[in-house]
Design a binder for this molecule. Sequence first.
Ligand SMILES: *Cc1c(COP(=O)(O)O)cnc(C)c1O
Length: 382
Amino acid sequence: MTAVSDSTANPAAPDLLDLPPLTAAHFARIEDKVAALMGTRCDVVAMQGEALLPLEACIRSAVRPGSTALNIITGPYGETFGGWLRSCGAEVITLTAPFTGAVSPRQVADALREHPEIDFVSLVHAEAATGNTNPVAEIGAVVREHGALLMLDAVASVGAEPLRTDEWGVDLCVIGGQKALAGPAGVSVASVSARAWERITANEQAPRRSYLSLRDWKESWIDGGRAALPHAPAQLEMLALEQAVDHIDAEGLDAVMTRHRAAAAAVRAGARVLGGLVPYVIRDEDAAPAATTLRAPQGVDAREVVSAALAADGSVPVQAAAGALAKEMIRVNHYGRAADRGVALASLAALAGGLRTLSTEVDEAAAVGAAAAAWDEVVAGR
Ligand SMILES: *Cc1c(COP(=O)(O)O)cnc(C)c1O
């Protein structure tokens, strides 16, 4: 059989094949839409890979032997950054906050005062994996006063909570489409401030002629007025990213962020009265709107709770945490289309059903009621 579009077999499937080429002007327009969403007027580069590509590219481009980096760890991504920073030859100062909360601006200020040679700070805004979010506005002010470059991983925050890249003094900001934007995972965007470009162009170790090279994009794309693309873009992913941003604009960014905030409030409120589970992140203000993490009951493996919940309702976005946290942490991934009242209530009902089969006493009606009330309160703006 010749390869024809699946739309032959399934008439409802969109035709993904044989599209007209994505023009440079269209590619630039998509970049501009994303830049607006990120709150930046700096250069942005739509990198043709999942968000770990620009995250690694930012670190390898801006950091060199002789650099001293402050790596703030509030979840698993910060640990990944530490490895890249060291492999670039940087001295790495690590500031770790417990995954039950956020890092405080004062901790960052103390670290900068103790190590005045710090010239690069890496921070994750919200961590979908651990369910916490950090006060970037305040941390950004502290870092700016010190003078270091600030890199921010905003993959799990963009669309779910305010992201003001320029206002907060973020020099390198990375977003992806796969979380709150309900978009594709295969392309991602990095913003680069003028200060960051200076650092990158002065860095002899910055990748060149490489998939990891921000400088290649600057020379072959940005400096040429974005007139010609350096190579064939990931066209389907770029079109999907544009559609995701268009959907956000159509719904209204505030409404989308409200849905995410309401989902987190609902799941946290429900978990508090369900019995058995407690929110892993202690304070509401440290909880990420994109995902809520819950602590499994004493002596019960979180993976068993997740399996039992999914057996009760396989449609809910409930998952066990990865790695060392797998035994104790349950994730409810209420981002994108799952930032929805029905999904939040169904997630609690599924967890209740699962816990009941594990002989944990729960009050499902109270939990669902509290979640519904919390959702409605956020949406009503109270
Ligand atoms: C989701 C996410 C990413 C992207 O990683 P994937 O696991 O590949 O989706 C990067 N950083 C943060 C903070 C994220 O939450």
